[in-house]
Design a protein around this ligand. Sequence first.
Ligand SMILES: O=C(O)c1ccccc1NCC(=O)[C@H](O)[C@H](O)COP(=O)(O)O
Length: 229
Amino acid sequence: MTAGRCNRLKTSASVPDAALGRRVRVKICGITDTPTALAAVEAGADALGFVFATSRRQVTPEVARGIIQHLPPFVARVGVFVNTPPAEVADIAAYCGLTAIQLSGDDEINNNFSKSPYHNLPVIQTLRVGGGRGLPRWPRCNADAYLFDTYKEGIYGGTGEAFDWGILQNIDCPKPVILAGGLNAANVRAAVKLVKPYAVDVSGGVETGGHKDIDKIKEFIVQAKGVLI
Ligand SMILES: O=C(O)c1ccccc1NCC(=O)[C@H](O)[C@H](O)COP(=O)(O)O
């Protein structure tokens, strides 16, 4: 796949995706209970995120497994980890039935990891940008997708704050781009039009009073998927 083009997935060699158009995929992150998970899926979420790191959204492997057991088959189950040893990540992934691993820790630039400790599950590498931090180089490119989130000192994710999406507009990223950080129903449409990412990821923007809000999840998905890119 040509570098810089793969965030715009090709449907066939002869039909440019721009001619067909596509909808962005949506990941709802920070799921902590089954009713919310099922409501998000019903609303059209493509992926759900389970935070195993220290966070007010943290879930235990037991809770995540209990939620995941109720999900239909075509929904990605993404485990979010911060500086967790790979063997522990793999154990949690197998126990819970995760289908992808999101690494949101300090290893973002030197991502020379091997996928084998993660049982070859797809790996999403978080890259935190903004706040004076530009785009990194792509030293090894062995992640399966890159999730761009807002940099804030001492916080690994779920900041609820946006960065300047313009930095991603003509990005030469070798893997699918996932846009995150401060997205909500009011701004996601503009973000999707500008960046044309593979997927968007949201947490705080679909919460009220620190809890997931099903009406906000529905509206977010309507707005995100309401634009052809
Ligand atoms: O959400 C958290 O609390 C969190 C904590 C530690 C590491 C990662 C975390 N979230 C990762 C995500 O993928 C969030 O959805 C992403 O950071 C966007 O969050 P928000 O800006 O609140 O939409």
